[in-house]
Write a protein that binds this ligand. Structure first.
Ligand code: BGC
Length: 512
């Protein structure tokens, strides 16, 4: 099992299940949810490097860019410009708390629908934006969409998928994030040649995945798990028969009933998460999100065109270099899908640590020597070298911290805390994505090439953490993590002593 998010429903047991049309529609849903997120991540960098866009919304930045009196590294340092990118993540992390409530009480289907509507209204405001206010409000609405979608879509998928393809569906979600980023880069490359409204087309085309997600959410049924959780037992059973393509659903249905009974025993899911025995998973989930963002990946994903521009690439070259790094990102995610259950999580993370460290240090050295505050463009040879180094960095991220940052938290939480754990994971991830989005261009201005040394320092810290504190979870059934992993880990086993007490209730029979 690998990739993306995975929540709910115990793994390991095989129930009778055909791959029915409903399940195929779910795959398409996964695609649109991931695409939408990826598109939002990828689109803003290219748009902010387009002159028409800067003239309209950020004339100060445009003047600074063309007059080039300022340091190369500071051309784009503008809080408003960074807010255009970062506001989405700030809104997204706030929305996850509401999304956690709606997924539980209104269902997965309705939550996805809410996400789709947020996306659509956000896209309209962005595409039609007349001033900065419309632009930022649009981004905030898109962010609400991301918060709701990233909580509900993965939950929906893992509940509706037959166990044997659940891992595959999860990978599909992460893979589609990277495809969304690549699409965004390609579209920016095309629209940058359309004056003066190319950027409007870039922002408006997000409407395509948004519309697909909305229509998808209208047509699918809610998951049996969610229906049962809300007391609609008969309906839940009928849907289960329909999606599994068989009348023989009694064993799976009983397991859902049992899971729901246990879930209801946990009165305060978030408080429960803070219990001592959940400490290892909680600490790891939070740190992995922080580390994932402090690899510096989104400095590249958000600002690659701006960064390449800073290095003296012409607009065109900046955008197609971003397309190249986007393609490397997609292809390397496929490598991860293939190897994660073979070589394991730790090997991927540790190998990537070395590769990321070397790439970043080399980039820092080349920029340090070649790009001074007022120097002319990087020479052709060095420019290509920098792009190659960015690609080796992106590829190692894409087969390690990219998918595994999501996978590991989702497979280590026990069922009773899985859903609350997922909210915390999404929330912390978006919080640190926000921090990078808001701070990167200013950090570039102040730290200059040292920004890459800064990230490489973090890579050392996270690799040491992996080495000593991250247990291997490859091939361990999801409901056996406590017994097989945590209780044997040299450090984390000390937290396993109060195991089995939930919200003060004795929970001896809790684990299925
Ligand atoms: C991260 C995103 C990042 C993307 C890049 C995801 O796993 O959470 O922040 O932009 O990977 O592919």
């Amino acid at each position: 099992m690998a990739g993306g998010f995975s929540v709910s429903a115990p793994a390991g047991s095989q129930f009778e299940a055909k791959i029915t049309p409903v399940v195929i529609i779910s795959c398409l849903m996964a695609a649109t949810g991931g695409l939408m997120f990826g598109y939002d991540v990828g689109i803003s960098g290219g748009v902010t490097s387009m002159d028409d866009f800067l003239i309209k919304f950020f004339p100060k930045v445009y003047r600074r860019k063309t007059e080039s009196k300022d340091s190369n590294y500071c051309k784009y340092d503008n809080q408003g410009l960074q807010l255009f990118t970062s506001s989405l993540y700030l809104a997204g992390l706030t929305a996850t708390f509401f999304a956690s409530y709606t997924t539980r009480n209104l269902g997965r289907k309705l939550t996805m629908l809410i996400a789709g509507v947020f996306f659509l209204v956000g896209v309209i405001l962005n595409g039609a934006a007349q001033d900065l206010t419309m632009l930022i409000i649009g981004r905030i609405l898109l962010g609400c969409g991301v918060g709701f979608a990233n909580q509900a879509v993965p939950l929906f998928l893992s509940e509706i998928a037959p166990t044997r393809i659940r891992g595959g569906l999860n990978i599909l979600f992460q893979l589609n994030v990277t495809i969304g980023i690549l699409f965004a880069n390609l579209i920016n490359y095309g629209t940058s040649k359309i004056h003066p409204w190319g950027w409007r087309l870039s922002l408006s085309l997000a409407g395509v995945p948004a519309l697909l997600l909305t229509l998808g959410a209208l047509f699918v049924e809610d998951t049996p798990n969610s229906l049962v959780e809300r007391g609609r037992l008969e309906e839940g059973k009928a849907v289960l028969k329909k999606i599994r393509g068989t009348d023989n659903v009694e064993p799976e249905f009983n397991e859902i009933l049992e899971a729901s009974r246990l879930a209801h025993q946990v009165k305060h899911p978030f408080r429960n998460l803070l219990k001592r025995r959940n400490r290892p998973q909680l600490v790891i989930a939070i740190l992995l999100q922080i580390f994932q963002q402090f690899t510096g990946i989104n400095a590249i994903m958000f600002y690659a065109p701006v960064l390449f521009n800073t290095l003296g690439f012409k607009s065109d070259a900046s955008l197609y270099s971003a397309v190249i790094t986007g393609a490397v990102n997609v292809l390397s995610t496929v490598v991860s899908i293939y190897s994660v259950d073979r070589v394991g999580r730790r090997v991927l993370l540790l190998e990537a640590g070395v590769q990321m460290f070397i790439s970043q240090v080399v980039i820092a050295i080349v920029l340090g020597i070649k790009v001074t505050d007022h120097s002319e463009n990087l020479s052709h040879g060095y420019a290509i070298f920098v792009v190659v180094m960015v690609c080796t960095f992106v590829s190692s991220f894409a087969w390690s911290w990219g998918p595994l940052g999501w996978l590991i938290p989702s497979e280590t939480f026990p069922m009773e805390t899985r859903s609350a754990g997922q909210s915390v994971t999404v929330c912390v991830n978006l919080l640190f994505t926000f921090v990078i989005a808001q701070a990167f261009l200013s950090m570039l201005c102040h730290l200059k090439y040292g920004i890459f040394a800064f990230f490489s320092g973090w890579v050392v810290v996270m690799s040491v953490f992996v080495l000593f504190f991250l247990p291997e979870t490859k091939n361990v059934p999801i409901e056996e993590m406590t017994e097989k992993v945590w209780k044997h880990h040299w450090f984390w086993k000390r937290f396993m002593d109060d195991h089995r007490v939930v919200d003060g209730d004795d929970k001896k029979n809790a684990q299925p």
